[in-house]
Design a protein. Structure first.
Length: 201
C-alpha cells in the first residue's frame, strides 16, 4: 500500500527512470541505484539499508492499464500483464506447505483496494525481497537472513500465480513466465541456499 501512495508523489525525472540525486557513496550499489531514482527525502528511506532498499523497490512500482511495472535496476522497468485473477483466489490456491511465515500478512494485504485485482503484488514483493538480499550480500551482513527466506516464499507464491495464469483463457502468460524466470535466475545468484525446486516450466 505504501507503494501506491508513493507512486503519486514521484517527480517527472524519477518517472523517466533517470537518477535525480547522488546517494551517499557508502550505500551499497543496489541501494544507490534504487535511492537515486527516488527523492532524497522519500518516505521509503529507512535507517536500516536493507529495509530502505525493499521499500524503495516498492516505491518505484508503476502501473498502466492492465500492466504492472517492476523496477529492474539501471533505470529499467519490466512490464508484466496482470492476469484476471483475484488476489484472494491466488492466496487461497497457495499450497499449505508453501505458505511460510509471511502468508497471513500478505493474504490480508491482498484484499486491500489497491491489490485486490492485482495478483502481481507477489511479484512486487518478490523483487523487493530480492533487492534486500542483494543489499545484504553487498554489505556482507550475517544478520537479516529473513529477506532470503521471504524471497523464496514469494517465488513459490509467484509459481502458483503462473500456474493459475496458464489456465486463464485469452491470457498470454509469456511475459509473466519470462519475468519469473529472470527473477529466479537473479535469486539463484544472490541467495546461496536457494530452493532449486522452484521452477517456471
Amino acid at each position: 500500500m505504501r507503494a501506491f501512495l508513493a507512486f503519486a508523489t514521484l517527480t517527472a525525472a524519477c518517472l523517466a527512470g533517470d537518477p535525480i540525486w547522488s546517494p551517499p557513496a557508502g550505500f551499497p550499489p543496489t541501494l544507490r541505484d534504487i535511492a537515486s531514482r527516488l527523492p532524497a527525502d522519500t518516505p521509503a528511506r529507512e535507517p536500516d539499508l536493507i529495509t530502505y532498499g525493499h521499500e524503495g523497490s516498492h516505491f518505484l512500482t508503476r502501473f498502466r492499464p492492465g500492466e504492472h511495472g517492476l523496477y529492474a535496476l539501471n533505470g529499467r522497468w519490466e512490464w508484466v500483464p496482470i492476469p484476471p485473477i483475484r488476489t484472494a483466489d491466488l492466496f487461497a490456491a497457495i499450497p499449505h506447505d508453501e505458505r511460510g511465515t509471511i502468508y497471513e500478512t500478505y493474504r490480508r494485504q491482498g484484499v486491500s483496494e489497491g491489490w485486490a485485482h492485482r495478483p502481481t503484488m507477489v511479484l512486487d514483493e518478490w523483487v523487493a525481497y530480492l533487492r534486500g538480499s542483494q543489499i545484504r550480500r553487498e554489505l556482507s551482513l550475517e544478520i537479516r537472513r529473513e529477506t532470503h527466506r521471504h524471497a523464496m516464499s514469494m517465488a513459490r507464491y509467484a509459481r502458483t500465480l503462473y500456474k493459475m495464469s496458464r489456465e486463464v483463457e485469452g491470457y498470454d502468460h509469456t511475459r509473466l513466465r519470462d519475468f519469473c524466470r529472470w527473477t529466479l535466475s537473479e535469486c539463484r545468484e544472490v541467495i546461496p541456499e536457494w530452493d532449486n525446486t522452484i521452477r517456471f516450466d
